[in-house]
Design a protein around this ligand. Sequence first.
Ligand code: ATP
Length: 307
Amino acid sequence: MDIIEITGLRKAYGGRVAVDDVSFTVAEGEIFGVVGRNGAGKTTTVECVSGLRVPDAGTISVAGLDPRRDRAELRHSLGVQLQDCTLPDKLKVGEALDLYASFYEHPADWRKLLEEVGLGPKRDTAFAKLSGGQRQRLSIALALVGTPRVAILDELTTGLDPKSRRETWELIDLVRSRGVTIVLVTHFMEEAERLCDRIAILDGGRVATIDTPEGLIARADGGQRLRFRAGPEAEAVLRALPEAAGVTMVGDRFTVTGSGNLLLAVASALAADDIVPRDFTMDRTTLDDAFLALTGHAADSTETEEV
Ligand SMILES: Nc1ncnc2c1ncn2[C@@H]1O[C@H](COP(=O)(O)OP(=O)(O)OP(=O)(O)O)[C@@H](O)[C@H]1O
């Protein structure tokens, strides 16, 4: 069952179109990624979904409700963790959760939630004293305290060190295991690939494509890349291989791309000619590569005047 349905969403700021004809659905229980460069329209899209912004055109339904018309009712089904969430410096972790819990008729047990997000020992710590990772954990707990069916998490791990980022990913897995549908906004492709069931790539305010991470990668080229060092005699051997779609050579460094059983084909052909490759590595196409192939620019660049 689809819990979110968006059709023809459009939003402009002044004369500048931020989101144009965006449509997608999110199934209940899914982690749905909204990815794109800075300025692609991700935040505007999810702010319309959460009722914080009024679309210029299009329809949105979340758990059967209209985010603007039914805002009061939707509050009970939707948990929102906003980009750059800040709380008063002196507010303690436990106080923040207690306060947020008081907004709901049927809140979760916030003390239990505190333990689940790993902030049990920080209950009496002031917001200002929390690390970046701890603040994000708190913001997830605040988004969940109303026991929502849908949680929107916007740029959750931006600014976190790799360790805190991985801990936050584990936490998102935990949220999913509770059956909460998650809309995850990110410009980190590794994060989207690791967590999301399906991903919408936004580019210039429009949906460039929607697919599973594996589907996006397969569409980009589905390929593998082998790198190694060998003598110049390897070139003719490699170019004769039907599995090798691309062979490049810089000095003694070869890069071979292709699909199917590329590794076996290359290794056997080189062995048959008594060529021993050195420093052999194989890497697979990542979502970063797929993003570049599908949109024509890198995920960590910024949208400019083309929006
Ligand atoms: N309140 C606003 N007033 C004017 N323009 C805005 C406003 N909010 C966003 N924009 C513009 O709309 C476009 C889309 O912005 P949005 O924040 O939705 O993108 P994003 O993909 O979430 O980017 P980021 O990752 O940088 O937040 C950008 O060109 C942005 O400058």
